[in-house]
Design a protein around this ligand. Structure first.
Ligand code: AMP
Ligand code: ZN
Length: 474
């Protein structure tokens, strides 16, 4: 399989270092408010990555980390800790805030039917190891101490600018007040922050004789070292992480342990809404709950995400979400077609019938019927090509699938198509038969009444030239 590696800026063949285990690390959410749909987009893309690796028969060891300390409101080590901000806003302790939003994040994660990581870590469970890492960096001459923390001296790590292709001279010239003026270089970053006596930072640990807390980037280096060991095979995150967070992770880890941190780096692009950045001031910070209120399930959103590519900036609109929802329902109704009652006078081998159904569902007419393995292999070929789910989706639209094929589709995309499309109960099948009888008797009042009753049960009847076909209502 091939993946785009930010490290080399190329699409490269992916092979894990150890063929028995693909080691993957995902920087997770900062748990201080409800995640918005842009945040969840990244976990959907990585879900596709995990499912594709599984389909390639790789065994996976994946950590998803949760940031519950040290992520400040500015990436330049300034501003308030986001968790402390959440606690003040909601009049709760930081620990309560973390607890609440971890649960909230995981509820959304599960509603999207995303593969569970092998381990979910919490930054605050690794403070001891954080301190050891800072000690090691200090021993190796990479840090210096200022009034407000211990800083990494980026000038001592000669490859610092490479990963993000940073122009450090320009950064130096552009340095403004948001940078701690005492830092030796604007790109230097805190590996440990001290808490001033007048500061009310509730999460605190003693180090170097003072209360403090780890810098945001440190947790990822520490957890990867403790749980997976360098080098890992794939590190994932959003493109916003390239110039600061991931650059700093690489500097810390590679300076401390003298090995590459990760062999592949995958970054997903951003979701915009109606062409705008997702932001509070624009009032477009939609959550999965907001989508539900407008009649869209989390899986409709997953469908929309998977229609595009993780490296493209994607513009979200409710019209496009509605189209994705229709496409998902269309796929479900193609599964429903496989359950139609064989005792009714319709003939499933007839192309006319299938054409009629496809037309009634607005689908592209299936153009070929591949054998099971051929279909699975062709799907995987698209996904192996740097996760091209859009091409895989076209193949699904244009192929005639068996239930076994749909099972593969569910395994690869986690869209719950089969589970969400149960066969209808016998009582409803009886109603369909009664309606057919009424129509044969020209008792159209009864036929209409039954159609209405079926609709109340979320079932629509299409009368095709060869018999009735039921499908789920949108
Ligand atoms: P946070 O919980 O604030 O650390 O955010 C987690 C991650 O979500 C960010 O670092 C980004 O990688 C990702 N993210 C934030 N906004 C968007 C967006 N609009 N589209 C896609 N990903 C986003
Ligand atoms: Zn990270």
């Amino acid at each position: 399989m091939k993946l785009y590696n930010t490290l080399t800026r190329k699409i490269e063949p992916f092979v894990p270092e150890n063929k028995d285990e693909v080691k993957i690390y995902t920087c997770g959410p900062t748990v201080y408010s409800h995640p918005h749909i842009g945040n969840y987009a990244s976990y959907i893309y990585w879900d596709l990555l995990i499912r594709t690796l599984r389909a390639n028969d790789y065994k996976i060891n994946r950590i998803l980390n949760i940031t519950d300390v040290g992520h400040l409101s500015s990436d330049a080590d300034e501003g308030e800790d986001k968790l402390e901000k959440g606690a003040a806003r909601e009049n709760k302790t930081v620990w309560e805030i973390a607890e609440y939003y971890i649960k909230d994040f995981l509820a959304g994660y599960n509603s999207l039917n995303l593969v569970k990581p092998d381990k979910i870590t919490r930054a605050t469970d690794y403070i001891e190891q954080d301190i050891k890492l800072v000690d090691l960096l200090t021993k190796k001459g990479y840090t210096y101490e200022l009034e407000d923390g211990v800083y990494f001296n980026t000038d001592h790590f000669s490859r610092y600018a490479d990963f993000a292709k940073l122009d450090l001279k320009h950064l130096q010239a552009g340095a403004r007040v948001e940078f701690n003026a005492k830092k030796l270089h604007p790109s230097d970053f805190a590996v440990w922050k001290f808490i001033r006596p007048d500061e009310t930072h509730a999460m605190r640990w003693d180090y170097l004789g003072r209360p403090g807390y780890p810098g945001w980037h440190l947790e990822c280096s520490t957890i990867i070292h403790t749980e997976l060991g360098e080098p890992i095979d794939i590190h994932t995150g959003g493109i916003d992480h390239i110039p600061v967070h991931h650059t700093n992770e690489i500097a810390q880890s590679e300076a401390a342990f003298d090995t590459k941190l990760s062999r592949f780096w995958l970054h997903c692009n951003f979701i915009t809404i109606d062409g705008n950045k997702i932001s509070k001031s624009l009032g477009n910070v939609y959550t999965l709950e907001d989508l539900k209120k407008r009649g869209f399930s989390p899986l409709d959103f997953k469908m929309w995400i998977l229609q595009g590519h993780y490296q493209s900036e994607r513009n979200f609109t409710f019209d496009d979400l509605a189209a994705a929802k229709r496409r998902r329902l269309n796929w479900r109704n193609r599964i429903a077609l496989l359950y139609q009652d064989s005792e009714l006078p319709n003939d499933f081998s007839s192309g006319a019938l299938k054409g009629a159904v496809a037309a009634s569902q607005g689908a592209v007419r299936p153009s070929f019927t591949p054998s099971e393995k051929v279909f699975e292999n062709s799907l995987l070929e698209h996904l192996d090509d740097n996760l091209n789910s859009a091409a895989a989706f076209s193949l699904i639209d244009n192929s005639e699938l068996t239930l076994a094929d749909w099972q593969k589709v569910d395994e690869l995309f986690g869209l719950n198509l089969i589970d969400d499309t149960p066969d209808i109960p016998d009582s409803l099948k009886d109603l369909i038969r009664q309606r057919e009888q009424a129509r044969a008797d020209k008792d159209f009042t009864t036929a209409d009444k039954i159609r209405q009753e079926l609709e109340e049960n979320n079932i629509i009847i299409n009368d095709s030239p060869t018999g009735p076909i039921w499908e789920y209502k949108a």
